[in-house]
Ligand binder design. Structure first.
Ligand code: SAM
Length: 288
C-alpha cells in the first residue's frame, strides 16, 4: 500500500498531510501514519455535509460516491435524509469498518456500502453525484476523470476547487466546530459535468436545406456560439450549457429574438428553435 501511494505523494502533498495530521493530533481518530496517505482523515462537520448535499441537490434518484469516505457520514446522510444510494471508498480499513457499522446502525446498510479501496483506482461512472474532501493537488489529478463522467453528474467539494475548471456554484460557511484551519470557515464548490458539444452543427428548419448552422467552441462549461439561420448570421447574445442542456439566445438584423433550446444526446443535439413569436420548430442537429 505504501508503495502504491508513495509515487503520488509529492513534496507538497506530504507537507500538507503532515500539517493537517498535526492539526488533528488531538482528535479521537488521528491516523498513525499520515505520511502514507494521499489525504489525512479530517471529518467534514455535519453542517457542511448538509450544505454540500443541498448544493448537489441530492435526492432519491441519486447514486453518490464519496472519495475518501472517512467515517461514512456523507453517504450515510445522503441515504438516511435524502433517500439516495451510494458507496464510499476509503484507504484506512478501520474507517471502512466504522462506516459500515454506522450504516447498519442508521438503518441504511442495504443502500450504502463502504469499501477499502484506493480512490484513484475506483470506477466512478455509476455516480450521479461525487463528493470529496481531499487536497488541491489530488483534486487536480482527479480532474480528467471527473470531466469524463456522464454529463449532468454533480461534483461537490469541501474546501478545494478544481483549478481552471470554474465552479458552477460556491458558498463559504461559518463552521465553529471545524477541526482544522484558524478561520473556522468552509468553502463548498459545485461543478456539473458538461456534454462535449464543441464542433460545427447543422439542422434543417422549416424544411429549408440551409436551415440552422451552429459553430460551438467550448472550454469546460463555457461555450461560445456562432449561429446562422438560412445563410444569414445572427447576433448571439447568450449561450448556456448545463450538463446536457444547451441554450443559445440570438437576434437577427431586425432585432427579432431567436432561441434554441437543445439537449446533447449521443451524436446529435435535439430540441426546439423559435424565431420571435413564431411557432417552435423541432430541430435535430448533426455534426458536419
Ligand atoms: C479529509 S478526509 C474526508 C473524510 C470524509 N469524506 C468526510 O468528508 O468526512 C479524507 C479521507 O481520505 C482517505 N484517503 C486518503 N488517501 C486515500 C486514497 N488514496 N484512497 C481512498 N481514501 C483515501 C483518508 O483516510 C481520509 O479518511
Amino acid at each position: 500500500m505504501v508503495q502504491i501511494l508513495i509515487h503520488r505523494t509529492m513534496k507538497y502533498r506530504t507537507v500538507a498531510c503532515v500539517v493537517m495530521a498535526f492539526c488533528l493530533a488531538s482528535t479521537a481518530f488521528a491516523q498513525a501514519d499520515a505520511k502514507d496517505l494521499d489525504i489525512p482523515y479530517v471529518p467534514t462537520p455535519q453542517k457542511v455535509v448538509d450544505a454540500m448535499l443541498a448544493m448537489g441537490e441530492v435526492g432519491p434518484k441519486d447514486f453518490l460516491i464519496d472519495l475518501g469516505s472517512g467515517d461514512g457520514r456523507m453517504v450515510i446522510t445522503a441515504a438516511k435524509q435524502l433517500g439516495a444510494r451510494g458507496f464510499g471508498v476509503e484507504i484506512d480499513p478501520r474507517l471502512v469498518a466504522l462506516a459500515n457499522r454506522a450504516a447498519v446502525a442508521e438503518g441504511v446498510g442495504n443502500r450504502v456500502q463502504f469499501m477499502e479501496q484506493d480512490l484513484f483506482k475506483t470506477p466512478l461512472h455509476e455516480a450521479s453525484v461525487i463528493t470529496m474532501y481531499l487536497l488541491p493537488d489530488v483534486n487536480i489529478e482527479l480532474r480528467p476523470r471527473l470531466l469524463a463522467l456522464n454529463p449532468g453528474t454533480r461534483i461537490v467539494s469541501h474546501d478545494y476547487h478544481l483549478g481552471e475548471w470554474q465552479a458552477d456554484a460556491h458558498e463559504m460557511l461559518d463552521v465553529p466546530d471545524k477541526p482544522v484551519g484558524p478561520l473556522r470557515k468552509s468553502d463548498i464548490y459545485l461543478w456539473i459535468v458538461s456534454a462535449q458539444v464543441a464542433g460545427n452543427w447543422e439542422a434543417p428548419m422549416n424544411g429549408k436545406l440551409r436551415g440552422v448552422r451552429l459553430e460551438l467552441t467550448q472550454q469546460y462549461q463555457a461555450v461560445q456560439a456562432k449561429l446562422t439561420l438560412e445563410g444569414v448570421p445572427l447576433r448571439v447574445t447568450r449561450t448556456t450549457l448545463r450538463g446536457r442542456m444547451l441554450e443559445v439566445i440570438a437576434e437577427n438584423a431586425r432585432e427579432e429574438p431567436f432561441r434554441l433550446v437543445l439537449q446533447a444526446e449521443g451524436k446529435v443535439l435535439t430540441g426546439v428553435g423559435r424565431l420571435s413569436a413564431g411557432k417552435p420548430i423541432r430541430t435535430v442537429f448533426n455534426r458536419h
